[in-house]
Each structure stands twice: as structure tokens, then as C-alpha cells.
Design a binder for this molecule. Sequence first.
Ligand SMILES: O=C(O)CCC(=O)C(=O)O
Ligand SMILES: [Fe+2]
Length: 270
Amino acid sequence: MSETDFLPTEERSLCDRFIREGHIIAPAENRAALDRIRSLIAEEASAWLGLLPPDDPDSFLNGIAERVPVEKLNAFRLHVIGTLNATSWLRSAYYAIARRTLETVVGNELCMQRRVNLSIQLPDDDSSLLPIHADVWSGDSPFEVVLWIPLVDCYRSKSMFLLPPAVTARLQQEMHRYADHGAEAMFSDFEADLAWMEVPYGSFLLFNQNLPHGNRVNREAQARWTMNCRFKGVFTPYADKKLGEFFEPITLRAASRIGLDYRYPEGFEE
Ligand SMILES: O=C(O)CCC(=O)C(=O)O
Ligand SMILES: [Fe+2]
């Protein structure tokens, strides 16, 4: 942190915590927005199954393995994601769930990934796993954060893991060792240091995607349902994921809009 830091104390301490721990778990800032997204997902999922919307979305989503076999899971998931992303209010509702935290940790002129991702992991299913990785290692900008929001309670293997910043510094020193041995060796060497994110429904997780993270086979009795979406400051550097293609500005302020639109007068020369 620089010597000059005019952030108010609470904002500085949240920033310090995000740097030190690599993540923040907090209650949804707009619970109605989260409930609305969960209802939409439960409705679309039941429509695909030819059922009426469930009275209890929590037990419907948790128990989805009774209705959707693993072979049909991807088609089912793609249907739900497709309708989710075709919904006009989806992204503003998603953002509303963590608006103040995003403003504090990332900034108030943000861009947001154009599509929200959905991941569904049935109990004991090994078909949709993400081995340990850092998004920044495969073309994401180091300025991005991931807002990860569960639709059911997530804990232990029904959640994701994150390697804390201090241990990540050690891993980065030894990175050459994994060039040949791959993600599984990295996972087992650092397994004891991984932090499993405990995020109940009603809360969100904001994490630093420069830190190694991933998931394992869900060994709990019920299905995992989580969404994720990336945010970054509009004017921070881009990597492979470009503005206008992957990202879209969502909170440009007046001075930036004026600056972006500004054209020097005809014939103006310095
Ligand atoms: O949801 C998970 O288990 C991992 C998510 C992830 O890798 C990401 O959002 O970058
Ligand atoms: Fe990731």
C-alpha cells in the first residue's frame, strides 16, 4: 500500500483484507436480486423437465440429481444458461448482489463479463471439474476479480478451493516443477494449504483469480449450483479478453464518457 492513501478506514481495511486473504465472503447486498435469479433458474430448469416451477427452489436445486442423469447434465445446463443470459435484467441483478464491495475492491467504473457462467456438479460426478489453475495463467488480466455466487449452500467438496496469497507466493517460486507434472501434482503438493470456500446461499464470494483455485468431485449428498462472472476496472489493462467482446462497461461516469467522446476541433494542431 502506498504512503499516500486517502481511502476511508473501512474501505482501506476491506482492500487490505482482499489482498491478504485473496477473497471476501459476505451476505448479498441485494437479497431480492439474488432470490429473483434463483427463482428464474429454478423455473427454467423445471420447464426443461416439463414440470411446474417448484414451491421450494432450494430443495429442488439441491436434489436435481434425482431428475437429471449425468448424460443429460450438459444439455440441461446449456439450456438454463442460455435462458439466463437472454434475460434482460440478469446482469444488473447479478451486479447488485455485490455492488458496494465491487466498488470498494475494484473501483466504481467497472466492466463486466457479458455472459454469466453457471456450473452444476452432481454428487460423485467427475465430468465437469476444474483442476487447480489461476485464470491469469491462461489469458485473463491480473486486474480481474471473480464474483462467484452459489444458489445452494456450498461447503467442503460442494464448493471451490482457493490457495491463500502467502502460499501462492511459495508456489510461484516452484512453478517450474509443475511444467511436466501438471495440475494433479500441484494439487497434492498444496492440498493441505487450500482454503475451501464456505458460502451459504444468501452470500457471495469475491475472489482474486490470480490465486490458484478449482474444485474436486462433489462428495456431499446434494448438487452444487454456482454462478461466476468477471469484473475489472474499465481503464485497467486488458489481456486476451477484450472490451466489447468479452467485457462490457457497466458504470461509466460523466467525465469518462466526455473523455471517450472527445474530438479535437477540426484543424487543431499543437
Ligand atoms: O467454480 C469453481 O469451482 C471454479 C470457478 C473458477 O475457476 C472461476 O470462476 O474462475
Ligand atoms: Fe478460474
